[in-house]
Design a protein around this ligand. Structure first.
Ligand code: 13P
Length: 263
C-alpha cells in the first residue's frame, strides 16, 4: 500500500472563522504521523486561513474543491489554478460528483480542469464514480473508466504528472451506505490497471482513494483493502472528534483482534 492519504472535503461548510477554530483544535490534538498525509479541502474563501494555520506541518496539505479551466479573465465567481495556488492550495479536486451532477460538469470540462491544474502546479485529485442506476445496470467499470480516461486526456506532460484518483460511488455519498472493502478494492484494481495503461509502471505510485460515507467505524477495513490508498471524507470530516479518529486510523491488519471489538 502507498503511504495513506486522509482527505477531508468540507464542501460548503466552515468559513474562515470556523476553519480557524477547527484547525486550532485539530492541531493541538492530532500529532504528526510520519506514515500518512492529511489533506483539507475547505471552501475557496477558507483556503488561505487553513494554509496559514497548517504552515510548517509538512504532513498536512491544503486543496481547492474546484478551479476554473482558464487561468485569468472575466469569469465572475470562479477561481483559477494560479489563484488557488497563491492562496496556499497545492492540490485540487476535479470532477467531484456534486460538480458533475449538481452543476452539470462534463468529462470534457474535467479534462480542461486537470490540464489547468497541471499548468498551475496543482496536484489534481480526479473523482470518478457511478450513479445508482449505472451500478444497477452493471455499468460501474464502464463509467469509471470513461471518466478516468477523459479526465487525463488533455495533459501536456503525462510522464511528469503526479495525480491522485478518488473513487466515490455517487450512491454512497452522504447516504450512510459505503461500498464494501471488497467492492472498493475491485474497482480500485480496475482503476490501477487503467492508470498503468496511461502512465506505465508509475501507476503503482498514484494514490487511489475511496470516498462515500466513510466514518471512524468503517475506515480501518476500507484502508486495509488492497489498492485502497486512503479516504476522501465528507460529513465525518466536519467535526474535529470524528475527523481526528479517522485521521488516526490504523489498517485492521495492524490491529489486534481483541482491540477491534472496541473500535
Ligand atoms: P460523505 O463522506 O459525506 O459521504 O461525502 C463523501 C464525499 O463526497 C467526499 O468528497
Amino acid at each position: 500500500m502507498n503511504h495513506p492519504i486522509f482527505a477531508a472535503n468540507w464542501k460548503m461548510n466552515h468559513g474562515p472563522s470556523e476553519a480557524r477554530a477547527f484547525l486550532k483544535t485539530f492541531l493541538t490534538q492530532y500529532q504528526r504521523h510520519y506514515d500518512r498525509t492529511i489533506i483539507f479541502f475547505p471552501p475557496a474563501a477558507s483556503i488561505a486561513m487553513v494554509a496559514s494555520e497548517v504552515e510548517g506541518r509538512s504532513d498536512i496539505l491544503v486543496g481547492a474543491q474546484n478551479i476554473y479551466w482558464q487561468d485569468t479573465g472575466a469569469f465572475t465567481g470562479e477561481i483559477s489554478g494560479p489563484i488557488a495556488r497563491d492562496a496556499g492550495a497545492t492540490v485540487v479536486l476535479v470532477g467531484h460528483s456534486e460538480r458533475r451532477h449538481v452543476f452539470g460538469e462534463t468529462d470534457d470540462e474535467c479534462a480542461d480542469k486537470c490540464a489547468a491544474a497541471e499548468r498551475a502546479g496543482l496536484r489534481p485529485m480526479l473523482c470518478v464514480g457511478e450513479k445508482l442506476d449505472e451500478r444497477d445496470a452493471r455499468k460501474t467499470e464502464e463509467v469509471v473508466l470513461r471518466q478516468l480516461r477523459a479526465g487525463f486526456s488533455k495533459l501536456e506532460q503525462i510522464d511528469a504528472f503526479n495525480p491522485i484518483v478518488a473513487y466515490e460511488p455517487v450512491w454512497a455519498i452522504g447516504t450512510g451506505r459505503n461500498a464494501t472493502p471488497d467492492d472498493a478494492s475491485t474497482i480500485h484494481g480496475v482503476i490501477r490497471d487503467e492508470l498503468k495503461a496511461i502512465v506505465g509502471d508509475r501507476a503503482r505510485a498514484i494514490p487511489v482513494l475511496y470516498g462515500g460515507s466513510v466514518n471512524s467505524g468503517n475506515a480501518p477495513a476500507l484502508l486495509s483493502a488492497p489498492d485502497v490508498d486512503g479516504v476522501l471524507v465528507g460529513g465525518a470530516s466536519l467535526n474535529t472528534g470524528s475527523w481526528i479518529s479517522i485521521a488516526r486510523t490504523r489498517p485492521t491488519a495492524e490491529i489486534a483482534p481483541e482491540e477491534l471489538g472496541r473500535e
